[in-house]
Design a protein around this ligand. Structure first.
Ligand code: B12
Ligand code: SF4
Ligand code: SF4
Length: 333
């Protein structure tokens, strides 16, 4: 199959950017993972980092693997800022973009024929490196994979196949002298351009199995999960934001959440409703922890009654975050 035929097939299936590369080891990425792990830059994360000998070797993911097809799906939609009593979600979680992309890649695999394997946000494959090799985008200094047409507001997925596809030309683009994301990151997590120090990244801390360090709590503001600051700052994202400014967010999209709901809904219900988010062991206490931080930052005294029971909680994590929130709300009894 030629690269042009693959592009046409991608368009037919509603994939925003698609490209192909030979299924060969990602030697430099494997090296980068090992070095960054040794420097402690991944905190306690496992994901792709636990087994770089797998996640950087697409040639081992399928017997007779020939081609890595990388696909990007844009999720950008305009949406409201959080109002009183609300928390903000990062854009990629407003709907289940990973599920949409997975479906499209399955359809692509069926159309290509042969044996194939679909991996979207999976621990067995480093999606951004596949995308960079397949010309889907280039690495920004915020480490995001940036596409020419949809900026970095894309999720990435991968299809490994035994079908031979002509490699796509790599994108010969880079950030130039821009440093906007580095300046915008409130915690200095991007001070080494092109490398995230996860121990300083707000997105990491909202997903971590630990207490959120105190200096970062205030920086989170109303954010109850993830962080979009280094993407909001990026000039490559302006084009798509303008083009989609008048679009409606997809039905059921959830740009903001009720903090009261996150503090008071039954745990089992939260776990099910937010299955599209990663949080440790799917334990809703981590969503509650994040809501306590946002409540503490809100200055909204109507939330005090919902926060107070957690200050009595036996769970030390929730107890301590609630105490912190009550102090911020000036309501410690
Ligand atoms: C672990 C993980 C995280 C961790 C660590 C992120 C990290 N930078 O590694 C945390 C929890 C912090 C995180 C946060 C986010 N993530 Co994340 N994450 C992953 C995951 C599971 C693995 C990433 C990985 O393997 N990293 C390892 C290192 C080696 O990768 P890297 O940073 O890309 O390294 C390259 C660059 O450093 C580059 N490089 C090296 N030197 C230099 C120098 C310069 C100057 C430049 C420009 C580049 C450069 O080369 C390296 C590779 O060889 C992937 C899914 C997957 N299976 O791949 C999603 C993924 C990367 N995440 C994604 C998203 C959307 C996010 C968030 C935006 C979510 C949010 N809104 O909160 C943030 C963004 C934070 C950021 N600036 O990166 C998307 C990214 C889509 C895109 N367009 O790039 C992915 C691909 C998920 C998906 N399938 O769509 N994430
Ligand atoms: S996601 Fe937020 S905290 Fe993490 S590097 Fe980007 S701006 Fe910094
Ligand atoms: S904000 Fe500037 S430096 Fe950062 S990723 Fe975008 S273009 Fe690159």
């Amino acid at each position: 199959m030629t690269a042009a035929e693959l592009t046409r097939l991608g368009e037919e299936l509603g994939i925003d950017v698609v490209g192909a590369a030979a299924a060969r080891p990602y030697a430099e990425t494997e090296q980068a993972i090992r070095e960054r792990r040794a420097r402690g830059l991944f905190a306690d994360m496992r994901f792709t980092m636990a087994q770089p000998e797998v996640s950087c070797h697409p040639e081992t993911l399928l017997s007779d693997a020939r081609t890595v097809v990388s696909a990007a799906l844009c999720y950008y939609a305009p949406g409201p800022e959080p109002g009183a009593g609300e928390g903000r979600l990062p854009r990629y979680t407003w709907a289940d973009a990973y599920a949409d992309l997975r479906e499209k890649l399955e359809a692509l695999g069926a159309r290509l024929g042969g044996e194939y394997r679909v991996l979207v946000d999976a621990n067995q494959h480093v999606d951004r490196e596949g995308a960079a090799r397949a010309g889907v985008g280039f690495y920004g200094k915020n480490t995001m994979l940036i596409t020419r047409t949809h900026g970095s507001w894309v999720v990435l997925g991968t299809l490994v196949t035994d079908v031979e596809i002509e490699p796509s030309a790599p994108l010969e683009l880079d950030c130039g002298s821009c440093t906007l994301c580095i300046e915008a990151c409130p915690t200095g997590a991007l001070d080494e351009p092109g490398v995230v120090d996860s121990t300083k990244c707000l997105s990491y801390w909202t997903q971590a199995p630990d207490a959120i360090p105190e200096p970062y709590r205030e920086e989170l503001g109303a954010q109850v999960y993830g962080c979009d600051i280094c993407q909001d700052a990026c000039p490559w994202n302006r084009g798509i934001e303008k083009r989609r400014a008048d679009r409606e967010a997809p039905a059921g999209a959830e740009p903001v959440v009720s903090l009261l709901d996150w503090l008071q809904a039954p745990g089992e219900e939260l776990r099910e409703r937010y299955a599209r988010l990663y949080f440790p062991r799917n334990d809703p206490r981590y969503l509650r922890r994040n809501a306590l931080v946002a409540a503490g930052n809100s200055g909204d005294s109507t939330l005090v009654e919902a926060v107070r029971p957690y200050a009595e909680d036996d769970d030390e994590l929730l107890h301590e975050h609630a105490e912190w929130a009550l102090v911020r709300l000036d309501a410690r009894s």
